[in-house]
Ligand binder design. Structure first.
Ligand code: FAD
Length: 591
């Protein structure tokens, strides 16, 4: 059985103490008390409703018969409870029936959903992303008609990008859209791997489909976005006749078995354009960017359950004796947690999870500022910051989430590899997060190729400046000066790597490509390190010489991160500076 209790104390720490800020215009009602109540209620729903369905949902999986998909037992009721309690509408626009909660709070709720049932989370998660794309690029008519039902969760949403021959390279996309002269289009083509493409949770499914118009230029510049409902709504907004979209099969996959991954055929399906012709990628990127941050949160969510499960097991399982002398003489052996190697694994998971949570809320806070800050300059700066950090959050968190699941299995030994304890499910479920929404390799290319040079390096400074300022202000901290100086060395490695890529990558893009994945990890470690030094300095301040288990553990975990994880920055710098030669010199025939 997976162990999970929502880490509410840490959530409150990052939300109110580490990143605490005055409410933005329009969010005044979301006081600290209300935010805490939301988190507590979400924790209850997730642990009482979603967690008990996680392992059975994995065993049962989804069922496919004659184009109909059934989700595992209990999912329908859970979804009903989820929408009736308003969880799907938490951070949706109030204009369409949403609650308009801050992204900071919503991301923490999302983390809990991912911790307790990632498969379930995909259904409302995709609906939210599709709503955002529609809200930002759809016509008023489409928005007024579809958004209220999507926000309420009565209808769900999908993103239909992938085709059999076209995954990362969307320029190869073949699905066609033919205008009908009445404002509608006929969509034809085959899409694969579509999450929530068909299921029994909602009365209608609203597909957002990328397709080409007859006069479309080749490549990604010729892609448009269309809204294609499963059932064409009648004038009263009720699902009417069946549209020309059908589910040919669901995929049998490694994990995430309760999430239906569908092959969809569009046969002259009726759809409506979202945004301008040939500008579909622009509209779809609203959904993709939102989903990338959500997928990062999936990694964090799984990482937390992996950690908590491993801690529970390490305290319970008796094996061997402590190297420093017997700790529990009345027992046949000491619990696993006395062993340094077990602690290495537990603390690695913990340091990564808490660091990611802090970084996630920092980015979410910038999302809120980008949308609501009164000052347009502040909004633009926040947007640049979010854009810079999006590939880092997506790839780093999902890499670390999978690493945590892997470490949890190792902590359990053979009992982690077999099904009974549920940690092998965490590894299987989390693996896809490194692949979908743009593989982590592609996120790294996005970081070095687009985000670093964006706005002549100005975006990068949105991260570098606060880090430099903090180091300058705290290097002589009476208790943590050494920690801050150690962190500064990691940051120095990132600065050197950035200069190397900027110089080499300009003349030879393959150099940037060869460095990309290591650079993203280096960037991510330095970003987590920033969260950790800030958290440690704050914890010392809060303690003020007194004792408190929470703040004491914060400082201890920060120390672990600085001494045992951040030093990887030096090795990554070496790898980056080695350049592309050892990768690219070998002839293709030698492989
Ligand atoms: C369970 C599941 C759910 C999914 N849900 C959805 C969904 O809801 N909607 C949807 O549209 N799609 C969905 N997908 C598809 C997913 O987004 C794609 O699988 C993913 O984008 C990668 O595409 P691909 O599988 O075709 O791999 P490919 O694009 O063939 O890539 C294979 C490898 O090559 C690398 N690569 C490719 N191009 C480059 C390049 N230019 N430079 C360097 N490396 C490169 C990739 O990083 C990867 O390692 C889902 C997939 C799965 C398995």
């Amino acid at each position: 059985m997976q162990t999970y209790n929502a880490p509410l104390r840490d959530m409150r720490f990052v939300l109110h103490e580490l990143h605490g800020a005055a409410p933005l215009p329009g969010q005044e009602e979301f006081t600290q008390e209300l935010a805490d109540t939301i988190l507590e209620e979400a924790a209850k729903f997730c642990t009482e409703v979603l967690l008990p369905l996680n392992a059975p949902g994995d065993v049962e999986g989804c069922h496919y018969e004659n184009g109909v998909v059934r989700t595992p037992a209990g999912f329908k009721d859970a979804y009903k409870g989820f929408t009736e309690s308003g969880w799907g509408a938490l951070n949706a626009a109030q204009k369409y029936g949403g609650q308009g909660a801050p992204e900071t709070v919503a991301k923490l709720v999302e983390e809990m959903i991912c911790s307790t049932n990632l498969s379930f989370g995909l259904y409302p998660g995709l609906t939210h992303g599709a709503s955002l794309a529609l809200e930002s690029h759809g016509s008023d008519e489409l928005k007024d008609f579809y958004l209220p039902k999507m926000v309420s969760g009565e209808w769900s949403g999908t993103m239909c990008l992938t085709e059999p021959h076209c995954g990362t390279d969307l320029g190869l996309l073949r699905t066609k859209a033919v205008p009908q002269g009445d404002g509608s289009y006929r969509i034809s083509g085959a899409k694969i791997f579509i999450s929530a493409g068909e299921h029994d949770l909602t009365e209608n499914i609203i597909h957002l489909v990328l397709a080409r118009l007859p006069d479309a230029p080749a490549g990604v510049k010729g892609i448009s976005l269309f809204l294609v409902p499963k059932f064409l709504p009648d004038a009263d907004g009720r699902p009417g006749v069946r549209n020309g979209v059908s589910c040919a099969a669901i995929e049998h996959k490694m994990g995430l078995k309760a999430s239906a991954t569908c092959q969809l055929n569009f046969d002259d399906a009726t759809g409506w354009i979202v945004g301008a012709p040939h500008r579909g990628m622009q509209a779809m990127f609203v959904m993709m960017n939102s989903e990338r941050l959500s997928v990062g949160t999936q990694g964090l969510g799984i990482g937390e359950t992996a950690y908590q499960s491993a801690v529970a097991y390490a305290k319970d399982r008796l094996q061997g004796r402590s190297l420093s002398g017997v700790k529990y003489p009345d027992k046949a052996a000491d619990p696993l947690i006395v062993h340094p190697d077990i602690r290495r694994m537990l603390l690695t998971m913990r340091a990564n999870n808490e660091g990611c949570r802090a970084l996630c809320v920092w980015v979410a806070q910038a999302m809120d500022r980008a949308a609501l800050a009164a000052d347009p300059v502040e909004r633009a700066e926040a947007e640049e910051f979010v854009a810079l950090l999006t590939p880092v959050v997506k790839a780093l968190f999902t890499d670390l989430g999978f690493e945590s699941a892997n470490l949890a299995i190792q902590t359990y030994g053979g009992h982690g590899y077999i099904r009974d304890h549920g940690v092998e499910q965490l590894a299987r479920d989390s693996r896809i997060a490194m692949i979908y929404e743009g593989t982590n390799g592609v996120q790294a290319l996005d970081l070095v190729g687009r985000k670093l040079p964006a706005n002549m390096g100005r975006s990068l400074r949105r991260f570098f400046h606060p880090v430099s300022e903090f180091i300058e202000a705290n290097s002589n901290h009476p208790l943590l000066g050494k920690m801050v100086q150690g962190y500064a060395r990691g940051f120095g490695a990132l600065q050197l790597a950035t200069a190397f890529i900027a110089e080499k990558g300009l003349s030879d893009p393959e150099e940037a490509g060869a460095a990309a994945t290591d650079y993203l990890r280096l960037f991510g470690l330095v970003a987590l390190g920033f969260m950790w030094v800030r958290a440690a300095v704050l914890a010392v301040e809060k303690l003020g010489g007194t004792e408190d288990e929470f703040y004491g553990a914060k400082i201890g975990t920060a120390r672990f991160f600085m001494e045992r994880i951040l030093p990887q920055a030096g090795a990554l710098l070496f790898t980056i500076k080695a350049g592309k030669a050892s990768l690219m010199d070998m002839e293709e025939a030698a492989f």
